[in-house]
Design a binder for this molecule. Sequence first.
Ligand SMILES: *[C@@H]1O[C@H](CO)[C@@H](O)[C@H](O)[C@H]1NC(C)=O
Ligand SMILES: *[C@@H]1O[C@H](CO)[C@@H](O)[C@H](O)[C@H]1NC(C)=O
Ligand SMILES: *[C@@H]1O[C@H](CO)[C@@H](O)[C@H](O)[C@H]1NC(C)=O
Ligand SMILES: *[C@@H]1O[C@H](CO)[C@@H](O)[C@H](O)[C@H]1NC(C)=O
Ligand SMILES: *[C@@H]1O[C@H](CO)[C@@H](O)[C@H](O)[C@H]1NC(C)=O
Ligand SMILES: *[C@@H]1O[C@H](CO)[C@@H](O)[C@H](O)[C@H]1NC(C)=O
Ligand SMILES: *[C@@H]1O[C@H](CO)[C@@H](O)[C@H](O)[C@H]1NC(C)=O
Ligand SMILES: *[C@@H]1O[C@H](CO)[C@@H](O)[C@H](O)[C@H]1NC(C)=O
Ligand SMILES: *[C@@H]1O[C@H](CO)[C@@H](O)[C@H](O)[C@H]1NC(C)=O
Ligand SMILES: CC(=O)N[C@H]1CO[C@H](CO)[C@@H](O)[C@@H]1O
Length: 357
Amino acid sequence: MLLCQPIFLIFAFLSIPTGVLSRRGNGDSSSDSGTSSDSDDSSSSGGTYVCSDDHKLTTTGLQPSYYLNYTMVAGDPGAYTDWNGLYFQGEASFDYVIRDLPINNTYSGTDCPKDHRSIRMLGIAWVGPRTPTPADLHNPFTMGFQAWQSDNPIANITYSYNSCDADVNLVHLKTTVDWREYVQETNRDVEGAIDAVVLNVTQVGNDSHEVQFRGVYDVSSLRSAQTIFASDGTHEDQIHLPAKTCSTMGDILIGWPSGTMINGTMTNNTLTLSISGTTVAGFGDLNGSHNEQVNVTFSIDFKGTYDSANSSQVLHVGASDQSLVSFEKATSGAVAWASPRSLLAISLVVATGMAYI
Ligand SMILES: *[C@@H]1O[C@H](CO)[C@@H](O)[C@H](O)[C@H]1NC(C)=O
Ligand SMILES: *[C@@H]1O[C@H](CO)[C@@H](O)[C@H](O)[C@H]1NC(C)=O
Ligand SMILES: *[C@@H]1O[C@H](CO)[C@@H](O)[C@H](O)[C@H]1NC(C)=O
Ligand SMILES: *[C@@H]1O[C@H](CO)[C@@H](O)[C@H](O)[C@H]1NC(C)=O
Ligand SMILES: *[C@@H]1O[C@H](CO)[C@@H](O)[C@H](O)[C@H]1NC(C)=O
Ligand SMILES: *[C@@H]1O[C@H](CO)[C@@H](O)[C@H](O)[C@H]1NC(C)=O
Ligand SMILES: *[C@@H]1O[C@H](CO)[C@@H](O)[C@H](O)[C@H]1NC(C)=O
Ligand SMILES: *[C@@H]1O[C@H](CO)[C@@H](O)[C@H](O)[C@H]1NC(C)=O
Ligand SMILES: *[C@@H]1O[C@H](CO)[C@@H](O)[C@H](O)[C@H]1NC(C)=O
Ligand SMILES: CC(=O)N[C@H]1CO[C@H](CO)[C@@H](O)[C@@H]1O
């Protein structure tokens, strides 16, 4: 179809935030929650590189990288396409309970809270229509979600994001993920995508303007040689708890355990999302991983509202045609994205495309 640009998967890896150069940033730029000093996270090399936090909210990691085949208009990254999707922003909470395992609870250093804890976060979700390729996917839409610890009001969501901390997202979900496998015989990478969560999307009761979705995260069908790659170039999509949770132990790496429940509801104006599960998690930090493991039961809840300022599409829920969810170009708000220059680029691309027909 139109605007099918050659893919540049590599672009995904070029969007590495400056902060990745110093993985944990430097102390004072850490979270806005004020209470954490993160002093044990500063670069151990004593190097002089200082990341300056520009508070720019990076959302490129919300989409599988093959979306670039459809959303990148050559020469004009801001141009409107039918696959741009839309954003929801709002508050989220990360509730968890950490339990020692029956064995392995005697290693020195595990000093984790034993009671129920909750982290307040801000988050942003992206929802976009399924692209024509890859053709073997089930979900009618793709959803991406990221949330980070913050005490800021939602109005300050952009400012609240620490662009220097490559681990800033405690939760990073894509319902469809890219995979890549290096094939020795042909000396090439083979690439594809799978629904990490196969979503069952149904109408809510008799309200035709709300849908619910539900699924279980499971990428176990991927062979071990196939690696899910992160489209934000910094780290794999994952859930983790901050390094300060258990003193000196580093991040608690929850990852994406198979069996994690994902469900929620969606209207043209609101998105609710719940992610819950339990797993045996390890620790990881700059010094590598530790032997200790803990049992973590977690529940993440997000409630977002349509972000018209940054969305070039609107969602139609319960549209008259067969599909429960459809996407249309927004008639207000982020239409400003399509500057006259963009419109010119679109018409050039369309014209070029037509020349090939
Ligand atoms: C993206 O485009 C490239 C080049 O046209 C193609 O080789 C690749 O299969 C496409 N990938 C997807 C997922 O559509
Ligand atoms: C947003 O954050 C900045 C820096 O912390 C602060 O100066 C400003 O007052 C905040 N705005 C709101 C609406 O809280
Ligand atoms: C999908 O969800 C509906 C409503 O909750 C339920 O009745 C149906 O059994 C589900 N289908 C599958 C395949 O899970
Ligand atoms: C949905 O059905 C219930 C009873 O089954 C009714 O009370 C309610 O008014 C209906 N809502 C709509 C939007 O039709
Ligand atoms: C997800 O499912 C759980 C259990 O059925 C329910 O309590 C929760 O409200 C659902 N969350 C959303 C956002 O629909
Ligand atoms: C959502 O749909 C309602 C009608 O059902 C409409 O009034 C409202 O403007 C729509 N909101 C957005 C953000 O499109
Ligand atoms: C990493 O190792 C260094 C040197 O052994 C130590 O000083 C530092 O506290 C360790 N950092 C963490 C997070 O364990
Ligand atoms: C306990 O730790 C050892 C050493 O890392 C590991 O081999 C073993 O699987 C762990 N046991 C449990 C129950 O996690
Ligand atoms: C982890 O904790 C949950 C809830 O307390 C429990 O049901 C589960 O059996 C525990 N798993 C392990 C491996 O200890
Ligand atoms: C993620 C993103 O693009 N956020 C932008 C949303 O719109 C506001 C207002 O134009 C910008 O300041 C944000 O950077």
